[in-house]
Design a protein around this ligand. Structure first.
Ligand SMILES: Nc1ncnc2c1ncn2[C@@H]1O[C@H](COP(=O)(O)OP(=O)(O)OP(=O)(O)O)[C@@H](O)[C@H]1O
Ligand SMILES: [Mg+2]
Length: 225
């Protein structure tokens, strides 16, 4: 089976002034379509850095990443932005919703940014709002929602453009455990419905167990669950 994502010998250093911080070296793993991978490791080990590199928000010093046969090294800066919008979805620890837009508009935003029409965008956003249990909150503004509801809007927004790969950086890290579990229930429901492929950075062992693979940054190895 050909893999959806191939990460090959990726290394990253940060240079600040005279200091060079070697964050990680020679990381390699693969992920098939429809699969979920959890990334674990202690604070500061480089989980967010790795996710940002896979998400084309940061670049490695060396190594190659290939998503759906497209090599990241072959993309210009402009092509990277378009590729991100079309093929990748992000959920961060804090939802980053736009306060002056409604739930539906926030969900549809990546579609509008990609040049999609208003009516089509809102129609799809409506389906996604329902899928994350927010049918009754469609016209609310983010400030009127609970933390868990806000994060469910962020999840819906992340899959608005049918991304090939969903990237989540501690999506429930800012929520109490019960609310966090509820958000994840929706993610696993969406997984079935939309055949999602996903990488989740998480400290939560229960979430890790529900994924297909776990990549431990300490060990630098990827194991099947
Ligand atoms: N822009 C930057 N410039 C310099 N150093 C950075 C930069 N971004 C991150 N780092 C350093 O790289 C290391 C890895 O950071 P990263 O945010 O990837 O860790 P993490 O595993 O996600 O941690 P956490 O679990 O706390 O979120 C840290 O030591 C951090 O200080
Ligand atoms: Mg982090």
């Amino acid at each position: 089976m050909s893999e959806l994502l191939k990460v090959t010998s990726v290394s990253k250093t940060y240079k600040t002034g005279q200091k060079v911080l070697r964050v990680f070296e020679n990381i390699s793993f693969e992920l098939g379509k429809g699969r979920f991978l959890a990334i674990t490791g202690v604070s500061g080990i480089g989980k967010s850095t790795l996710l940002n590199i896979v998400g084309l928000l940061d670049r490695p010093d060396s190594g190659e990443i290939e998503l759906n046969g497209v090599k990241y090294s072959s993309l210009s800066e402009n092509e990277k932005s378009v590729f991100r919008n079309k093929h990748l979805g992000f959920v961060f620890q804090f939802h980053h919703l736009l306060p002056e837009f409604t739930v539906l508009e926030n969900i549809a935003m990546p579609f509008f940014i990609g040049g999609g029409g208003f009516d089509e965008g809102i129609e799809r956003a409506r389906k996604l709002a329902k899928a994350v249990g927010l049918k009754e909150r469609e016209d609310y503004f983010p400030s009127m929602l609970s933390g868990g509801e806000q994060q469910r809007v962020a999840v819906a927004r992340a899959i608005m453009n049918n991304p090939d790969l969903l990237l989540m950086d501690e999506p429930t890290g800012n929520l109490d455990p019960k609310t966090g579990n509820m958000v994840m229930e929706y993610v696993f429901m969406l997984r079935e419905e939309f055949n999602l492929s996903c990488i989740i950075v998480t400290h939560n062992i229960e979430i890790g167990k529900r994924c297909d693979k776990i990549f431990s940054m300490e060990k630098g190895e990827c194991v099947n669950v």
